[in-house]
Design a protein around this ligand. Structure first.
Ligand code: BTN
Length: 330
């Protein structure tokens, strides 16, 4: 990464740079520049080369920048952040944040964001496609005093925070699919993966992992196993990624503080107003069990409520999958 990072910074503008100029910036020969340019392939990037003009990355790159992110954070949020680490390539920001918790190195308010994940993880064992500098992939560590039981509804609260952040950026038609998939026009825009470590009734740390499609690389599309979209598609052009990350943290941290005081009850109405499946025929599957009914919102613990032939039933837990009846792939 030694020379690659400065090379990426220069090429991020999408303009042509001569081999000579790049060599001067990196302090290497033109041959060494060419070798570095070849290495961009590891990020799925390839520089265009035009005789007499030099090299460029068509379309440029919108790279993460600590200063730009911090400048756009609300002061109250800055006070709650313990660290903001920007990684270039990582297996998974959640995996590494959980490792830091186990090693006793994590603090409440640590944010780890990466330009790329090589083993990004989704819910229920899915992969999360995480190409370089395309979308946002980050994890926030937060500590709660009341034990795992007090965290009921937290994952739904995070979904509401993401939806509100996107609305604050001008995105429209944002909805939630229980528990916290963020959708636009029925297509997945963002996902949340919560992982916990700690006592059943004592202090515990939560890693809140968020993946948001900002401008997905077209070549990744085939690898995504569900209908998806990105901000570049639903807005007029992709918003600046540092601004989007700041908006997400500006929404998320106040929500977490409110959740600590009041639990999910304070956010339940807002979740229901964003519910993509409200009053629609759905199937709920939990292991071998399959239930058909009409989605009827969520209860105060964040469980999904379904009107069934046997009356109103509540379902909760990570292994539940909810689909629109007669629709596959949702
Ligand atoms: C989902 O399946 O909807 C959850 C997706 C969560 C993806 C994010 S990207 C940042 C963090 N690191 C991971 O490995 N996963 C989460």
């Amino acid at each position: 990464m030694d020379k690659l990072q400065p090379l990426l910074q220069v090429l991020a503008d999408g303009e042509f740079h001569s081999g000579e100029a790049l060599g001067a910036i990196l302090g290497v020969s033109r041959t060494a520049v060419w070798k570095q340019l070849k290495k961009l392939q590891q990020f799925g990037l390839s520089a265009e080369s035009v005789k007499g003009k030099g090299y460029r990355l068509p379309g440029g790159l919108n790279l993460l920048d600590e200063r730009l992110i911090k400048e756009q954070l609300d002061p109250v949020v800055v006070r709650q952040l313990s660290s903001l680490i920007i990684s270039q390539v990582i297996d998974s920001t959640n995996t590494q944040s959980m490792a830091r918790i186990r090693q006793g190195l994590a603090r409440c308010g640590d944010v780890l964001v990466s330009e790329q994940q090589t083993a990004g993880r989704g819910r229920r064992g899915r992969q999360w496609q995480s190409p370089y500098a395309a979308n946002l992939y980050f994890s926030l560590v937060w500590e709660f005093a009341g034990g795992v039981a007090a965290l009921e509804g937290l994952s739904l609260t995070v979904g509401v925070a993401v939806a509100e952040a996107l609305a604050s950026l001008g995105a429209q038609e944002i909805q939630l699919k229980w528990p916290n998939d963020v959708l636009c026009n029925g297509r997945k825009l963002a996902g949340v993966l919560l992982e916990m470590s700690g006592e059943a009734d004592g202090p515990c740390s939560v890693v809140i992992g968020i993946g948001l499609n900002v401008k997905m690389r077209a070549e990744m599309a085939a690898a995504i196993d569900q209908p998806w979209t990105d901000l570049a598609t639903i807005m007029t052009g992709a918003p600046e990624r540092n601004r989007v990350l700041a908006a997400l943290l500006n929404a998320l941290i106040p929500h977490l503080q409110q959740f600590q005081e009041k639990g999910f009850a304070a956010t339940r109405q807002r979740w229901q107003a964003l519910d993509a499946f409200y009053q629609r025929e759905v199937t709920v599957s939990q292991g071998d069990k399959l239930v058909l009914g009409k989605a009827a919102g969520v209860d105060e613990s964040g469980a999904i409520l379904i009107e069934t032939g046997l009356g109103l039933q509540a379902f909760n837990g990570g292994e539940i999958s909810l689909r629109l009846a007669n629709v596959t792939g949702s």
